[in-house]
Design a protein around this ligand. Structure first.
Ligand code: TYC
Length: 113
């Protein structure tokens, strides 16, 4: 009969027993990463068009939309919302498609928070 070397004599369901290293089971649930959706300023897209986009795709009131549009206009960009990857991707695509169809150069991007 062939004898197993001692090094192999660990229980097969315990990967730590041979190395002496202990691992712990993680019980914490990882939250999915969030993504900032940002609008960028440009010199050509009309202010009312940007306000309309913020109302239509981001559910902002007219006053909130106007405020964020002005922030983008003055500072160059602003975060308009924070979403899961898939929602952020959809918002960016909706804004870019709507702007393109109206022939405005408005840019919308996303970035991991
Ligand atoms: N700067 C534009 C203008 O003066 C307005 C504007 C605001 C454009 C926000 C883009 O994301 C933007 N007409």
């Amino acid at each position: 009969m062939t004898r197993r070397p001692d090094i192999m004599a660990d229980r097969e369901d315990d990967p730590d027993s041979r190395t002496g290293l202990a691992t712990q089971t993680r019980t914490k649930t990882a939250r999915p990463p969030l993504y900032k959706v940002m609008l960028l300023n440009d010199d050509y897209t009309p202010m009312e068009f940007v306000v309309h986009i913020l109302e239509r795709f981001f559910g902002l009131s007219h006053a909130q939309a106007f405020e964020i549009m002005l922030t983008v206009h003055k500072k160059g960009l602003a975060v308009v919302g924070v979403f899961s990857f898939e929602i952020a991707e959809t918002k960016v695509a909706q804004v870019m498609d709507f702007a393109r169809r109206h022939q405005h150069p408005l840019q919308c991007t996303m970035e991991k928070e």
